[in-house]
Design a protein around this ligand. Structure first.
Ligand code: TUI
Length: 327
């Protein structure tokens, strides 16, 4: 267990085995620097942004922290090649990819001395990533927000852990010290946390985005785009309702894609409650306040909750021990 944890911390060179999710439009240099300064790995999300914006954010984070940081490269971006090359030229400490297979870029990043991780939603892609030379994988279950796969964190993480020898970071549904402990019980070497960091005081997302997460009930979380092959988890609103009405209708896919264009930007920058996409993980229903990044990180690794869980596991193992003594 200890070995598993320190392996990832050695790769990341962070205090905690913690990565901040690379949320498009949301994860800028301010949020990422606050997470790195709090002892996790802060991550700038390239999303669909042009390389000039990504370069600005890399320059900015280097003025805000001396600690390691990452850049998340969304492989569906129209600028993917340029952003991938920028990351290599800038020799950013860590590159994390999402929403596709990064096989064409891994060698370039490794040559630049970069630590490389891929977000995977299946064990098959995890095995491919190990063969392609990734340093670790992030197994993201469908409790996560934004673009998701089919598998839950509970099943995906152990399945990826048994399929590769690389360290596996768990993502999707992780928001407090109990879920962090659960991820480690499943065999993870670290955790990635997204939605909770939207509620950081250092996150520049619009006030309405934060309020929407704070006000969300469990029944307010939806998935659109299942019929188009681009499932996206977000919070219920008028745009979401219109998108869901179009699923499985003739030409629905095209119309859903069209409604989706620019909708994340409208939510994050303008706080457009009607026409914005408020992408969020299922854990929104468990979150209720804005906190500093330091408070969030402290809460995620709250040793009192770890001790409670350790005591509970010990009790469980004693029951089992008794059983075998008696039999
Ligand atoms: O990438 C994410 N989450 C995202 S990206 C994003 S921006 C966006 N906006 C609108 C539509 C689409 C994207 C918002 N949220 N998470 C990482 C992730 N990667 N989840 C699932 C996957 C994934 C899926 C399939 C990774 C690889 C994959 O492989 C397909 C292949 O080509 O083998």
């Amino acid at each position: 267990m200890l070995n598993r944890l320190s392996k990832l911390k050695d790769l990341l060179k962070t205090e905690y085995p913690l990565i901040q999710g690379g949320m498009a439009w949301i994860a800028d240099a301010d949020l990422a620097a606050s997470v790195s300064n709090a002892g996790g790995l802060g991550v700038i999300a390239a999303g669909n942004a042009p390389p000039s914006w990504v370069k600005e954010q890399i320059d900015k984070i280097r003025t805000l922290t001396d600690r390691p940081f990452g850049v998340n490269i969304m492989l569906l971006s129209p600028y993917v090649k340029e952003v991938a090359e920028l990351a290599a030229n800038e020799k950013v400490p860590v590159v994390i990819t999402g929403a596709g297979n990064p096989r064409d870029y891994i060698e370039m990043w490794k040559k630049a001395g970069i630590t490389v991780a891929a977000v995977v939603a299946s064990s098959g892609l995890a095995v491919m990533m190990e063969k392609a030379g990734a340093d670790f994988v992030i197994a993201e279950g469908c409790e996560a927000g934004g673009h998701i796969g089919e598998m839950t964190t509970m099943v995906l993480v152990p399945n990826v852990v048994r399929s590769v020898s690389l360290p596996v970071v768990a993502a999707g549904g992780i928001w407090d010290a109990n879920s962090v402990a659960a991820a480690f019980c499943l065999g993870a070497s670290g955790v990635q946390v997204g939605t909770r960091f939207i509620l950081s005081a250092s996150c520049n997302a619009h006030e309405n985005y934060k309020k929407k997460i704070i006000g969300a009930k469990d029944t307010d979380v939806r998935v659109t785009g299942r019929s188009t092959g681009h499932p996206v988890r977000l919070l219920r609103n008028d745009l979401c309702r219109r998108m869901l009405q179009l699923e499985y209708k003739d030409n629905g896919a095209e119309q859903i894609e069209k409604l989706g264009e620019g909708s994340l930007r409208r939510a994050v920058l303008e706080g457009d409650l009607k026409n914005g996409s408020f992408m969020s993980g299922q854990c929104a229903c468990l979150l209720d306040s804005v906190q500093t990044t330091e408070e969030i990180v402290r809460d995620l690794f709250d040793h009192r909750l770890f001790e409670k869980n350790a005591a509970m596991l010990l009790e469980l193992s004693r029951i089992q021990g008794k059983g075998s003594e008696e039999s």
